[in-house]
Ligand binder design. Structure first.
Ligand code: PLP
Length: 356
């Protein structure tokens, strides 16, 4: 494995104190990881340096054709002082799946994990400790060839930046209102919906603006062909509890395979709940709700961990779920996943990875 060089900053920044609200994604730590790629040479010069601006020519391919991949995971400070990562192997595996779909060269898994660990260790003092806070880790790759023309780039930058983040819901778990979009679509099978890449997000903006204007916080996407089947929320996978069974859309090629989604499925199965990964239409869902058989709904994703859904709107019909409050499975999943992340609960083997 390549050696990671560490060049510490001579100008450390003030670390936010416990009273700082740590608005998501606004403050960045002292250091970043950066590594180059060139066809014929492979990945080279992995290094941790001061968090700084990067210079790119305006012709850099990423600006024009969107060849980029990103990931998101978190580091936590346990009560006993250990630094814990939550299932980083899953993010690394998914990053390379995204890379293959986007014609970006794969990143050696051991080097990827070592880069995350070394960077988090270097900026250890930035990991916040108040309840609900963590260090958000954002690895990403961009295409940097100076060229206007469509083909895979021959040069890339792989970077990792870190941001101390506050509790997603400062007042505790808070049900959200979700807009089911029946006009715009985000992804189709065979497209890039199962890759974690900026293109899926720019495709979502117009509907998100529309939903916000209507007083809804996020968009739930339907399948891009029939616009009938539930897919996922902007940056979260979605779960329902119908007639006592936990139901989530199956991975069909246009849904992002969330690490939190997988963790919810594993935990529910461990608790003896029936879990179904299958196609579910908006019509089936709303019929169940009208008949009082939809007990719970929640979203899953690294940022909020679990987001209970209190209201769903589809074609001018609004349903309220669990009286607009938090259901017991949502609460138990939130408590368990965050408990494992903080090292308070022993999770399944391999879910907690210590940074030493
Ligand atoms: C990142 C992401 C998710 C959530 O995945 P996690 O691994 O649970 O954070 C869900 N949907 C989309 C589109 C995403 O980009």
């Amino acid at each position: 494995m390549l050696d990671i060089r560490i060049e510490k900053t001579k100008n450390p920044k003030p670390i936010p104190g416990p009273d700082n609200p740590l608005t998501f994604g606004t403050i960045f730590t002292d250091h970043m990881f950066i590594m180059n790629y060139q066809t014929g040479k492979g990945w080279f010069d992995p290094r941790i340096v001061e968090y700084q601006k990067i210079a790119l020519e305006p012709s850099a391919m990423v600006f024009h054709y969107g060849q980029e991949m990103f990931e998101g995971l978190k580091a936590y400070k346990a009560d006993d002082g250990r630094i814990l990562l939550f299932r980083p192997d899953k993010n690394i595996e998914r990053a390379n799946n995204s890379n293959r779909r986007l014609c970006i060269p794969e990143i050696p898994e051991d080097l990827f994990l070592e880069a995350i660990k070394k960077l988090v260790k270097t900026d250890e003092a930035w990991i916040p400790t108040k309840p609900g806070t963590s260090l958000y880790i954002r690895p990403f790759v961009i295409a940097t060839d100076e060229f206007l023309g469509v083909r895979p780039s021959d040069t890339y930058l792989f970077m990792i930046i870190c941001s101390p983040v506050g509790a997603y819901y400062p007042e505790g778990l808070n049900p959200v209102k979700i807009w089911i979009e029946d006009d715009y679509v985000r992804a189709v099978k065979g497209g890039i919906g199962e890759a974690k890449t900026g293109g899926n997000y720019v495709a979502s903006l117009a509907a998100q603006v529309k939903a916000h204007d209507e007083g809804y916080s996020q968009v739930l996407w339907l399948d891009g062909i029939e616009r009938k089947y539930i897919e996922e929320v902007g940056a979260m996978n979605i779960f329902f509890k119908i007639d006592g069974t936990v139901v989530t859309p199956m991975l069909n090629g246009s849904i992002l395979p969330g690490v939190t989604r997988n963790s919810c499925i594993e935990l529910c199965k461990e608790w003896g709940l029936p879990v179904e990964e299958r196609r579910i239409s908006a019509e089936e869902l709303f019929t169940a709700a009208r008949q009082g058989r939809l007990d719970e709904c929640w979203g899953s994703g690294t940022a909020a961990v679990i987001s209970p859904v209190g209201h769903l709107r589809w074609m001018n019909e609004v349903i309220q779920i669990h009286d607009g409050g938090i259901g017991p499975i949502s609460q138990k999943l939130y408590d368990t996943v965050t408990g494992i992340q903080l090292g308070r609960i022993e999770g399944p083997a391999g879910w907690s990875v210590e940074v030493k």
